[in-house]
Ligand binder design. Structure first.
Ligand code: ATR
Length: 276
């Protein structure tokens, strides 16, 4: 039977994953398909049964099912256990379905070269922040401060992951010169969201790196602000592509070309923006 892969979520029509994976399958000469599947509220368990029954070789999981899918899988890898969310399911040779999380590692790969022992500021304390904090810790980066609109949620993240410390947004803004890497993980700046900045950047350190996990628009108001200070900026497209590339390699044993895909998707989203 021809292999097939999928991405499940709700909504799903906006997902760039089918374009990305179909292109990689083609350039790797793998005879397989990758399709988006809309899973209606309350139908996740049935959908997972259906995927297994119909011979799906592996699938991605997106909002709002990354946590909810855990009980329906046979095994959860350490990455997904630590984060408490699954974004990739792999069918093993003995037909077991194993949940992984490639989001955090994908983000770290998208950063490119970083200074050694960096001091990191994470803005936001939701699922994305949790994934990135966990991956930072796994890669030996533990100097992490987390600032969030609701301070208690930042404290909870720090306690859950046993990592870094929570800090008020205002304090983070006031001592921004301390931080080597600043990572924006909230939906602020996304198309159709309010365009307020999580913090102002006038105290930013020279040669800092500013990353935003949002990729639509490619340049958020936060990144736009960062470019005024002549620091390296990184948008969320790299994270999307790298998390997908890791999933692709789990399924197919081949690492696809991520850099070329970032260029193609940038073009597709109507941008000519190049991460610096
Ligand atoms: P995800 O879980 O996918 O990362 P989310 O749940 O939509 O995304 O948002 C998570 C984070 O973004 C949270 O830290 C949230 O802050 P709260 O803990 O105070 O809810 C933050 N966030 C969402 N919208 C925001 C906004 N308009 N301004 C500031 N922070 C926001």
């Amino acid at each position: 039977m021809k292999k097939w892969f999928a991405v499940i979520g709700n909504p799903i029509s906006h997902s760039l994953s089918p374009f990305m994976h179909e292109a990689w399958l083609k350039e790797s000469n793998i005879d397989a398909s990758y399709i988006p599947i809309l899973v209606e509220e309350g139908k996740l368990e049935e959908a997972v049964k259906g995927l297994k029954l119909l011979g799906c070789s592996g699938w991605n999981v997106t909002v709002p099912y990354k946590k909810e899918i855990i009980p329906f899988l046979d095994e959860i890898d350490d990455s997904a256990k630590g984060i408490g969310a699954v974004n990739t399911v792999v069918k093993s040779e003995d037909n077991r379905f194993i949940g992984y999380n490639t989001d955090g590692l994908g983000f770290i790969q998208s950063l490119g070269p970083i200074p050694s022992k960096p001091l990191v500021l994470l803005l936001g304390a939701g699922g994305a922040s949790r994934g990135i904090a966990h991956a930072l810790k796994q890669s030996g980066i533990s100097n992490i401060f987390i600032a969030n609109r609701t301070h208690a949620n930042a404290e909870r993240l720090v306690n859950d992951l046993k990592i870094g410390q929570a800090i008020e947004l205002q304090e983070a803004e006031g001592r921004l010169y301390d931080f080597d890497i600043i990572i924006q993980t909230t939906p602020q700046g996304m198309k159709n969201q309010e365009n307020t900045l999580p913090i102002h950047l006038h105290k930013i350190k020279e040669h800092a790196i500013v990353a935003d996990i949002v990729y639509n628009p490619l340049v958020t108001p936060f990144l736009e602000e960062a470019t005024k200070y002549n620091v390296r900026t990184i948008n969320g497209l790299g994270m999307l592509v790298h998390q997908g590339a890791i999933a692709f390699s789990y399924w197919n044993g081949i690492k696809p070309n991520s850099d070329k895909m970032v260029e193609r998707l940038t073009e597709q989203l109507g941008g000519n923006y190049v991460n610096r």
